[in-house]
Every structure is written in C-alpha cells, then in structure tokens.
Design a protein around this ligand. Structure first.
Ligand SMILES: Nc1ncnc2c1ncn2[C@@H]1O[C@H](COP(=O)(O)OP(=O)(O)O)[C@@H](O)[C@H]1O
Ligand SMILES: [Mg+2]
Length: 247
C-alpha cells in the first residue's frame, strides 16, 4: 500500500532522512521508535509533502502511484491522514465547517447535513468528546489531550485508509489514553486501515494485536522487530539495548 524507497530528505542543506526504506501493506500496523531528533516526525510530515522538506532522492509510492511530488491536499484526498505530534490550531474555522468541505471534496458529492450531523454526534460519543466541540475552532485553545481527541474526530469523519499517528499518546492522562486506544481499536476493527504509529511507549500498542516495529536513528531504520523489541527498549532504553551506541 505504501512504499518508501531509498528516501533522502534535507532541510536547510542538512540530511535528516538518509536513504530510508519502509514497506507497509494494507491493514498492517507499523511502529516507529527512536531517540528524539532522529527524523520520526520529519518522515511523517514528508509523507504529506510538507513544504519545509526537500526530497533529494528516492520515492514514495501509495496504492501503486508515485505521490512523491503530489501536493498535500491531493495526498490527503487519497486517504492518508496525519495526526501531528503537535496538532495545528486553526482559529476561525470550526471542525464542522472543515469536515463538511473536506468530505465533500473527498467524495465529490453533496454532503447530506442530517447524516453528517448524526455521524458527528455518534463519533463524539465514541471518543468521549463534548458535542460542543463540533462547533469549536479546529484545535484552538484546546488542551493537549483534547487536541488528540479532536484529531480523532477528523479521522472518524474522513475515514482515511492510511493513518499516521505521531506521538498520539504523548501528554495524555490514563483515562484519555484508554479512550484514544479504545477508539483507535474500534476504527481499526471497522475500517482495517494501515497505521504508522510513532511512539516511545508500549501503552498505546496494547490496543493492537499485531504490529511490526522499526527503530530509527540518524534518519535511517537500523533495526526491525516486534513487541519483544518494544519491551526491551522500554525497560533498558535505546542506549543499553545496543540499538543506539553510547556516544
Ligand atoms: N523545519 C525544520 N527546520 C530545521 N530543522 C528541522 C526541521 N524539522 C526538523 N528539523 C531537524 O531534523 C531533526 C529531526 O527532527 P524530527 O523529525 O522532529 O525528530 P523526531 O520526531 O525523531 O524527534 C532534528 O535535528 C530537527 O531539529
Ligand atoms: Mg517527533
């Protein structure tokens, strides 16, 4: 479904992603871990063609189509959703306004307002978000945890088939983590999307049965594994597992 081939990315003439390869098939869950500053968020943003980053080598293929140079809106319409590590606040545009336009653009049809509102209410129930959030400006003046749930609202409404979650679990209290985890598990069971999860902790992974793990360092994937590797890193850290050398 998604193939990243020999991808090299630069920002301000500095190489941040260095010849990275990753292959994610339909319905698969992949976990990206690694120390701070190794390029995890960069790869997430590059998949949506963030303009700050320059791809100097390699390609990104999605559903057999080369999307390396495609604009962000077109990539998103293909069904790729990025939940940013720090979700962007958009003052002056409400969730309902954006979602209605985005859905209509994506499906190329008129959105029936009755069905739309009904689904918004159902999703608010699932993710335990007050219904008033539907008419709030996107992520504006929301707490960290509220922003993550607000992004989940967008996921449930837009029904992406490939979801990138960049540290969705950071800054969540225990109850919020459970709601987010349960909601994601429900979404996965219903729509079977492919998911790329960037995380430092195993807590969010408990909501998924099967996943492949990749450890990143200096813009490269340097080790692959499964939940055993996550456990090892969680107890011993990156340095002592030999994944990352003592420097
Ligand atoms: N827009 C940018 N301008 C300059 N440097 C950047 C930019 N984005 C990322 N970087 C640098 O690239 C490296 C990787 O960042 P990032 O992808 O955010 O790491 P991670 O998510 O793994 O913690 C860091 O050294 C960071 O400072
Ligand atoms: Mg990051």
């Amino acid at each position: 479904m998604l193939k990243i081939n020999d991808l090299t990315v630069e920002v301000e003439d500095k190489i941040i992603i260095n010849n990275l390869n990753l292959n994610i098939k339909e319905g698969e869950i992949h976990v990206l871990m690694g120390p701070n500053g190794t390029g995890k968020s960069t790869i997430c943003k590059v998949l949506l063609h963030h303009p700050d980053y320059k791809i100097t080598n390699g390609s990104i293929i999605f559903d057999n189509e080369d999307i390396t140079n495609l604009d962000t809106a077109s990539i998103s319409k293909k069904g790729i959703f990025l939940l940013n590590q720090n979700p962007i606040e958009v003052e002056g545009v409400t969730n309902a306004e954006l979602l209605r336009i985005a859905l209509s653009e994506k499906t190329n049809t008129h959105i029936n307002i009755f069905d739309f509102n009904k689904k918004l209410n159902e999703v608010c129930e699932i993710i335990n978000l007050p219904k008033s959030f539907v008419h709030r400006d996107i992520n504006f003046n929301m707490s960290g945890g509220e922003k993550k749930k607000n992004e989940l609202l967008h996921i449930f409404m837009l029904e992406p088939k490939f979801i990138i979650l960049d540290e969705i679990d950071s800054g969540l209290d225990i109850d919020a983590l459970k709601i987010v985890g349960d909601s994601l598990a429900k979404y996965y069971a219903k729509y079977n999307p492919a998911i790329l999860i960037v995380t430092h902790h195993s807590d969010i992974l408990k909501y998924f049965d099967n996943y492949q793990v990749h450890i990143m360092k200096d813009g490269k994937i340097i080790k692959d594994g499964d939940n055993e590797l996550v456990k090892e890193i969680e107890t011993k850290g990156y340095r002592t597992t030999g994944v990352v050398n003592n420097e």
